[in-house]
Design a protein around this ligand. Structure first.
Ligand code: DAH
Length: 342
């Protein structure tokens, strides 16, 4: 019996040392120490021994049992930590690897210029309002002092959606809507898309953008308009920019002006961008016509106001030196990417 125990312990040692994973160790635990295991079988067989032999043999079996138990415990811990090390090694992150660059979008150049304008006008106390692009003939023309048979209708080639519904040709349409809803003092800008049946070329598009401005209060004069627009031009184009007013005609203002700024490209000397004149036209403006104030429910004997309409596209193309207005509408990422983060 002692011999059997010796052999058994020796085989157990070998087998435990050779175990390659947790499962094999578990199988060995069952094989030697389990209820039906080999050592348990030996213990059970001790009944056949003489009473003198029994305690000695019992001690030997117990010693073998605790040795095997210890070996299994050690091996199991060893395998566990080896498995863990292996996993850690496999899951290592190489922090020196270059990171994957994720594409970062950017604002459309039109939106950048618009955001700057909104910031500026808000700092001067203007509210930003919105108006519909499909507009009634009334708000787009009639209420702005352009009756149906007025020759000024020919100034703008209009897309008609119905007899009395148009795609707005100008953000000026917002003026009356605002005056109907608000009491003076009124100070608003209305940015948005406008539409005209123009042929497409490098400087024309049937859809483009304007920012309308309207100020109505007691005692507003042309000087206020000039001061406001000078500040605007110098903030957008730089402090050295000069502004010039030229007399003009718009049905909804009297007097009306067109406003030029010194060319940001050549500083006023004359270049290709300003066609040699040194000036770039950026907007139309004027003192709100009494008929327009009246149409908006405001008494022209008490209040006066100025209005202006800025072409956003031209402002954007000159600021970013974009040679063709169509680029603003094509949404070609190769073009737009150049402005990301600028
Ligand atoms: N609506 C005009 C246009 O599209 C621009 C304009 C001129 C707007 C004078 C105004 C203004 O508010 O007072 O050509």
């Amino acid at each position: 019996m002692q011999e059997t125990l010796k052999n058994l312990t020796a085989t157990a040692r070998e087998e435990i040392a050779a175990a390659a994973d947790e499962q094999q160790i578990e199988a060995l635990r069952v094989k030697y120490l389990g209820k039906k295991g080999e050592l348990t079988a030996l213990l059970k067989g001790m009944g056949a021994l003489s009473p003198e032999e029994r305690p000695k043999m019992g001690q030997l079996v117990n010693e073998a049992k605790s040795e095997i138990d210890g070996l299994i415990g050690e091996k199991s811990a060893e395998l566990k930590s080896a498995a863990q090390n292996k996993r850690l090694l496999e899951e290592t992150v190489d922090i020196t690897m270059p990171a994957k660059r994720s594409a970062v979008g950017g604002l459309h150049p039109l939106n950048k210029v618009l955001d700057d304008m909104i910031d500026l006008f808000q700092s001067m106390g203007f509210d930003v309002v919105d108006g519909p692009e499909a507009e009634t003939d009334y708000y787009c023309f009639e209420a702005l002092n352009v009756p149906k048979d007025h020759p000024a209708r020919d100034m703008q080639d209009t897309f008609y959606l119905g007899e009395n519904l148009v795609l707005r040709t100008q953000t000026s349409a917002a003026q009356i809507r605002v005056m109907e809803k608000r009491e003076p003092p009124i100070r608003i800008i209305c940015p948005g898309r406008v539409y005209r049946a123009d042929e497409v070329d490098a400087t024309h598009s049937p859809v483009f953008h304007q920012v309308e401005g309207l100020v109505v209060d007691k005692g507003i004069t042309l000087c206020d308009l000039k001061g406001c627009l000078e500040q605007f031009a110098q903030e957008i184009y730089g402090p050295e920019t000069q502004v010039r007013f030229r007399p003009s005609f718009f049905p909804f203002t009297e007097p009306s002006v067109e406003v030029d700024v010194t060319c940001s490209e050549c500083g006023g000397k004359g270049c290709r961008v300003c066609k040699g004149t040194g000036w770039i036209e950026i907007l139309g403006a004027g003192m709100v016509h009494p008929n327009v104030l009246r149409a908006g429910g405001i008494d022209p004997d008490v209040y006066s106001g100025f209005a202006f309409g800025i072409g956003l596209d031209r402002l954007t193309t000159t600021r970013y030196k974009i040679s063709d207005i169509r680029l603003l509408f094509e949404n070609d990422l190769r073009f737009l990417d150049q402005f990301a983060g600028k």
